[in-house]
Design a protein around this ligand. Sequence first.
Ligand SMILES: [Zn+2]
Length: 258
Amino acid sequence: MRSTVWFRRTGLLLLLLSAMLSLMGCRGTNLLSKQDEIQIGKEGSAAIEKEYKLDTDPARVALVQEVGQRVLEGMRKVEGKRAPDFPYSFKVLDTKEINAVSLPGGPVYVFRGLLEQVGDDKDMLASVIAHEVGHIVGRHAAKQISSSILADLAISLGTKGSAQKVASIATSLVMLQYSRDDEYDADRRGILYTHAAGYDAEGLVRFFEKLQKLEKSPMKGLLANLRTHPLTENRILRAKKLIAQLPDRQSASAAPGQ
Ligand SMILES: [Zn+2]
């Protein structure tokens, strides 16, 4: 049993080290295989769940699960055979930060603070989750994970991870910053997925407006999301344009109470 664990860990260490070397040798292309991404996602979520507390409130957990699964159905409709077969998961972190993150290969985390802001607006929550799923499906993290994060992960696997290393991996992954083009791509995918799942894609615009309001409020400090997914006027305009082009949208916006 012990030697199996050792082999598994050594195998992972070698895998990460080789990924790290290829990353340093050749930037800007898709460097990690899907299997690498799944492995990094697993190790990364172990680090995140050690560093942050999982929220076990049954109502919040059920809400995020329900919306997450429905977004996945929408994603599969949109992507068809292109949809990467990752082990997706949707969990809540018990922190008041207004944020959501995804890790390569499937894990999505919504922070309690964000759930408090979206309230019972499932369209808004679906838009946030779909944006994160968009990053995973677009395999954006593989391009952004720095050699230092991979080195930390490799060291953590080799040494079973000191508390300090685990904290640094968790922080690096939560603070992972995507390129502007990858943000647009995640928005575009998210809009298509929410719409295909039967949610109102306008939820994304409502979320953007909420962030803009919060940015001018004393809660500004809780908006880590804006540092990692910068919200620009251009981003909002692009999203509005895409939503306006969605099929069947006019009848939805003409519905009573809209
Ligand atoms: Zn993003």
